[in-house]
Write a protein of this length. Structure first.
Lengths: 280, 321
């Protein structure tokens, strides 16, 4: 993998997501930020996609089951050239093609609409099964939130995925340890997420969800396991956005241009440090 | 179009359906069967034997099965999902909404054991509300076939027409209404008898009761026009308006709660008609089902020709003089 390229992509996706939400004045900052590094690795290094041919049949598919983190995915898609970056400024505007929750009918590059939590894994399993039946070598990646795993349908899907040996499907858990109402530990404890997936018969691995190399290696190991797999991304809700890196409520935030500009400067500064550290 | 003598079909509804699905699947390799552990009840096991690679039994997980099917349709497959109507709608409602309809996918939901045909499975398994709740979701066509002939005939259309369908079916032998050469068009009511005193608009097993009511009314010198409104959504508004104009009075008959189903769909068509056309509804009067034979339950809930005839006379009495 090209670490420098991934680091730059992650920083750019974060900044673009902040810019998109800034245009609306509000947004799901916490969960969008925690998933940016994984999106950077997927779109830069892992997924077989072509922004010039977004419907190509053998493409890899991404299901953002935690659909409210659309701003991060829109930022990744714009970064890759699926649509102009300027369109990010229409997030949640009246008549927009970029609604808060992902909509496949509105946005180029979105394969599956999501927003009612807990449905993405089932949809993803259908996509994966269909592509397998077609003889395609493509992969389906489904990003779920740790809070989202409280929805029972996920575990129906995991049982099915294991039973059907859908090894062309990789689940990515954005384990940011928080949900709308607070810390999952307090709202409804997740216990051992990795052990739960393993108990269902999946290959499961925990990685640092803010380290692009760890993410890349984790997904690579998941794919080479030959099993349906779950990569648990250990993340921090709001990570990388200075004003969102707070212990209090950051699921959904109202913020102004000054806060956004400061956050973007901080992202640039941290990228510089990372790239410098990487050279040493 | 209809048989001269109305009697039980030689084949169960589910067998007619499965024959048609197998035939359609022979023509179209994208058709797959999805079940949630009721393939025996829904009669799809011949499909499983014929196309084992295209048959996916998810187990007892209706919400997942509907989402899974939606995902398959997103990559070009045409899933026919078989469940009892109760669980396909109540248990998987949000999945019908978001996983199927909201994103304009292509899933065919076959909801079995319509209303009182659930018989001995009783109230928990007796869908009187399924049409009402699916009707409130955009991007769903709702069909309730009156007999096996119609059911079989509509399967190719359902398979070849992009979009989500909810088909309300029953598994056992039905009264054979239609001759084998009868033709059906989704969205267009079939007019079964000529008459201009009252229109009786029915669907599913109530079409037979409507035809019986026609005979009862004829003996009293009342000519009823019986229409089979097999497509509940989109309902055939043109036909309803025409029937209302010709007959000046309408009765609906459905094996469903009177709230939200065929009666409401027809009533909504009448809203724009001036002067007002009186209407009566035959259906389950906002209550739960219970165990019993189909015949017992039909009598208990008033799903009978006699009740339709009584409502017909009542609505005729309300006609504008």
């Amino acid at each position: 993998m090209n670490k420098k390229r991934c680091l730059s992509a992650a920083a750019e996706i974060r900044k673009l997501a902040i810019t998109a939400m800034e245009s609306a004045g509000f947004g799901h900052v916490g969960g969008s930020m925690s998933v940016c590094d994984a999106l950077a690795v997927l779109y830069e290094e892992i997924m077989n996609i072509d922004p010039l041919n977004p419907e190509k049949e053998d493409r890899d598919r991404l299901v953002l089951s935690k659909g409210h983190c659309g701003p991060a995915l829109y930022a990744a898609l714009a970064y890759k050239g699926f649509f102009p970056k300027s369109e990010l400024l229409t997030l949640n505007a009246n008549g927009t093609r970029l609604p808060s929750h992902c909509d496949r009918l509105k946005t180029v590059g979105i394969d599956i609409s999501t927003g009612s939590l807990g449905q993405g894994l089932s949809l993803g399993s259908g996509v994966a099964m269909g592509n397998k039946m077609k003889g395609l070598n493509s992969y389906t990646y489904v990003i779920v939130g740790d809070g989202e795993l409280q929805e029972g349908q996920n575990w129906e899907a995991v049982q099915f995925i294991a039973h059907r040996c859908l090894s062309n499907l990789v689940i990515l858990v954005d384990n940011n340890k928080r949900q709308l109402d607070g810390y999952t530990e307090q709202v409804c404890r997740q216990f051992d997420i990795k052990a739960k997936f393993e108990a269902f018969g999946l290959f499961a691995i925990e990685v640092n969800g803010h380290d692009v190399e760890s993410i890349f290696n984790g997904i690579s190991k998941a794919k080479s396991s030959g099993m349906p797999a779950a990569v648990i991304l250990e993340t921090e809700k709001g990570h990388g956005c200075s004003f969102a890196e707070i212990p209090g409520f950051n699921h959904y935030m109202v913020f102004d241009r000054g806060m956004a500009e400061q956050a973007r400067r901080e992202i640039d500064r941290r990228l510089e440090v990372s790239l410098r550290d990487d050279l040493q | 179009m209809i048989c001269s003598k109305l009697d039980f079909d030689t084949k169960e509804m589910r067998a007619s359906y499965c024959d048609a699905l197998i035939h359609a699947a022979e023509q179209n390799e994208k058709i797959v069967a999805v079940d949630a552990d009721v393939s025996f009840s829904m009669g799809t096991e011949p499909f499983y034997k014929k196309f084992p690679q295209r048959s996916i039994n998810c187990g007892i997980m209706e919400a997942h099965a509907v989402g899974f099917a939606a995902g398959m349709s997103a990559v070009g497959y045409i899933p026919f999902v078989h469940m009892f109507g109760t669980f396909a709608t109540r248990r998987a409602y949000d999945q019908l909404f978001l996983s199927c309809a909201y994103q304009d996918l292509n899933v065919k939901i076959i909801g079995g054991d319509a209303g009182v045909t659930a018989a001995a499975n009783g109230g928990t398994h007796m869908p009187f509300e399924d049409m009402a709740i699916v009707r409130a979701i955009p991007n769903f066509t709702i069909i309730e076939p009156a007999d096996g002939t119609m059911y079989k005939s509509l399967v190719p259309y359902i398979a070849n027409t992009y979009g989500n369908f909810y088909v309300r079916s029953s598994r056992k032998k039905s009264i054979k209404i239609y001759r084998d050469d009868a033709e059906f068009t989704v969205g267009h009511a079939n007019i079964l008898t000529q008459g201009n005193d009252v229109a009786i608009i029915a669907c599913g097993i109530m079409v037979h009761q409507a035809l019986r009511a026609y005979e009862l009314l004829k003996k009293e010198g009342i000519n009823a026009c019986v229409a089979d409104m097999h497509t509940i959504k989109p309902v055939d508004k043109d036909a309803v308006e025409k029937l209302a104009n010709v007959c000046g009075a309408v009765v609906t008959a459905e094996n469903h709660n009177i709230i939200g189903g065929l009666g409401n769909a027809v009533g909504e068509c009448l809203l724009g008609i001036d002067p007002v056309v009186p209407m009566e509804r035959v259906g389950v009067n906002d209550t739960f089902g219970e165990v019993g034979t189909q015949e017992f339950l039909m009598t208990k809930f008033g799903l009978t020709a006699e009740n339709i005839a009584a409502k017909a006379k009542k609505v005729i009495g309300r006609k504008r003089k």
